[in-house]
Design a protein around this ligand. Structure first.
Ligand code: EPZ
Length: 419
C-alpha cells in the first residue's frame, strides 16, 4: 500500500487534463456483455476499478485488451459464465452492473450481494424489484442474488422510489433485450446515464427520453458491438476546482464538460472562485477570501454527493459558517474525523455537518477511508500549513488517474511512497 505526502501552502498554477469518467466507464464496460463481438471504448481512465471490472468480465468469458492508452477493446463472444464471485464483487460494488446484462444475454445471473461500504449500506433492492418486474425470478441465498428467466425478459412499467444511478443503468441494459416496451420512471439523470444510452443506441437499442426522468425502451432481439467514447469525469473536474479554491492560484482544466456540473460551478462562484467556462475547458482561479456557503446534496442536476467531501475541505478554510446536508448516503462523513485531526472545526448532527471555517489547517497524519474522502484529505493537505501524510491511498487510486502526478505538474509539493 502507498501513502501520499504533501507539503501544504503552495498555490496551484497550470493546466490539468481531465480523464474519462469512472462512473461512465463501469456501466459501459458492463454493457459489452449484452452481445457478442468486439466492442471498442475510448477515453477509458486507467483506474483500479476499471481493472477490477475487466477482471470480472474475463471470469465471465470476455477478453479485454488495451491496444493503446485509454482505449479498451472487449471481445464478448465467449461470455458463458453467469456467476460474479464474492471475491471480486466485495472489492467493488459497481460489479452489480453485470446483473442486468447477464440476465438479458444468458437468461441467468448469479451475482454476489455487494455488501455495504464505508459510506452506507447501499442495498440493491431497486435493482432486484426492477428485474422481477421484467419477469426474472430472483432468489437470495448464501450472499448471492440468483436470477433467471425462462426464455426472455418481458418489458414492463417500472418506477424508482429514489432515482438510483446504477439501478437505472441495470434496468436500461436489461430492458434493451426484453420483449416489448419498458417504461422506467423517476430515473436518475446523471450524464453517465446519457453516455450509456448513447452507447446502447449505437449498439442498436431503441431508447427515448435521454436526459429526462422517464426512459422508454422498445426491446430488440439482438444488438451489435459499437465504438464509444467515455465522457470526461465531472467529479475529477470538481475535485481540482475545489483544490485550487483551497490553495489559491489558477488552474485551467481541459478535456472537461462544464455542462456536467452546473450546481457545483454555481456554488464555487458563490464561494469566491472565479470560473471561466469554454466548450471543453474551465479556468478556475481564487485570489481573494473564501466565503462559506451552505450545501445540500441532491440527485443530478443537483449538487453531487460525490463532491460533498471535497467542498467540506474547502469550507474548512473559508470565512464563516457552512451547513452541509448529505441527503443521498447515510454515512458519508467519514472524512470529518480526519479533517478534524488537521484542525478543522466541524460538528456533525445526523446527516448535517456544520463547518466553521478557519484561517488555516495544520498538516497531520491522516487515513483515507473511501474514495471521495481521500480526495478531501488531499485538498486539505494542499491548503494546510506543514506536512500531511495520507495512508491507504488505494482508495484514491480507485477513482483518480495519476492525481499526485497531475497536482505536482501544477506546483503542488506532493509525492507517493510505499507505506
Ligand atoms: C452511483 O452509486 C455512483 N457509483 C456513486 O459514486 C454515487 O455516489 C451515487 O451513484 C450517487 O450519485 C457509480 O456510478 C459506480 P444510487 P449507486 O443507487 O448507483 C439508495 C463514487 O464515489 N439505494 O444512486 O450505488 C442508496 O443507498 C461513487 O464514485 C437503495 O436504497 O448509488 C442511496 O441512498 C460512490 N436501493 C441512494 O439510493 C437500491 O437498490 C442513491 O444510490 C439502490 C440505491
Amino acid at each position: 500500500m502507498d501513502k501520499i505526502i504533501i507539503e501544504g501552502g503552495r498555490p496551484l498554477h497550470g493546466t490539468i487534463a481531465v480523464s474519462g469518467a469512472k462512473n461512465a466507464a463501469l456501466p459501459l464496460i458492463a454493457a459489452t456483455l449484452l452481445c457478442p463481438g468486439e466492442h471498442i471504448l475510448h477515453n477509458v481512465p486507467e483506474l483500479r476499478d476499471i481493472r477490477t471490472i475487466c477482471t470480472l468480465l474475463e471470469t465471465l468469458g470476455a477478453s479485454c485488451s488495451i491496444p493503446k492508452p485509454h482505449t479498451l477493446i472487449i471481445n464478448s463472444d465467449n461470455v458463458n459464465n453467469y456467476e460474479a464471485s464474492y471475491e471480486l464483487v466485495k472489492t467493488m460494488r459497481a460489479s452489480v452492473l453485470v446483473l442486468g446484462p447477464l440476465l438479458a444475454r444468458l437468461g441467468r445471473a448469479r451475482v454476489s450481494l455487494p455488501g455495504g461500504c464505508a459510506i452506507g449500506a447501499r442495498p440493491i433492492n431497486f435493482h432486484m424489484t426492477g428485474l422481477q418486474k421484467l419477469g426474472a425470478v430472483l432468489e437470495l441465498e448464501g450472499g448471492y442474488v440468483d436470477a433467471f428467466v425462462k426464455d426472455r425478459l418481458t418489458g414492463a412499467q417500472l418506477s424508482f422510489d429514489i432515482p438510483s444511478v446504477t439501478g437505472t443503468e441495470n434496468m436500461l441494459m436489461a430492458a434493451c433485450l426484453a420483449k416489448g416496451e419498458t417504461i422506467i420512471r423517476n430515473c436518475a439523470k446523471e450524464p453517465e446515464i446519457g453516455n450509456l444510452i448513447d452507447m446502447l443506441i449505437g449498439m442498436g437499442a431503441k431508447i427515448s427520453g435521454r436526459g429526462t426522468d422517464t426512459l422508454v425502451i422498445q426491446g430488440v432481439k439482438d444488438l451489435h458491438p459499437a465504438e464509444t467514447t467515455i465522457i470526461s469525469d465531472r467529479i475529477e473536474t470538481g475535485t481540482y476546482i475545489a483544490a485550487v479554491g483551497a490553495t489559491g492560484g489558477e488552474l485551467t482544466l481541459v478535456d472537461c464538460n462544464p455542462n456536467h456540473l452546473p450546481a457545483f460551478l454555481d456554488k464555487m462562484r458563490n464561494v469566491g472562485i472565479s470560473i471561466e467556462v469554454k466548450e471543453n475547458s474551465i479556468i478556475a482561479a481564487r485570489s481573494g477570501p473564501l466565503r462559506s456557503v451552505d450545501v445540500k446534496t441532491n440527485p443530478y442536476p443537483g449538487f453531487a454527493t460525490d463532491l460533498q467531501a471535497q467542498i467540506m475541505a474547502l469550507m474548512a478554510v473559508s470565512q464563516g459558517l457552512s451547513v452541509i446536508d448529505e441527503t443521498i448516503f447515510e454515512n458519508r462523513f467519514m472524512h470529518v474525523a480526519e479533517l478534524q485531526r488537521m484542525g478543522a472545526d466541524i460538528r456533525v448532527e445526523g446527516g448535517r455537518a456544520i463547518v466553521a471555517g478557519k484561517d488555516r489547517l495544520t498538516g497531520a497524519q491522516v487515513m483515507a477511508t473511501d474514495l471521495r474522502a481521500s480526495a478531501s484529505l488531499v485538498i486539505a493537505g494542499l491548503a494546510a500549513e506543514g506536512e500531511t501524510t495520507i495512508s491507504r491511498v488505494y482508495h484514491l487510486d480507485r477513482g483518480y488517474e495519476n492525481l499526485d502526478v497531475k497536482l505536482r505538474r501544477v506546483g503542488a509539493s506532493i509525492r507517493r511512497e510505499p507505506e
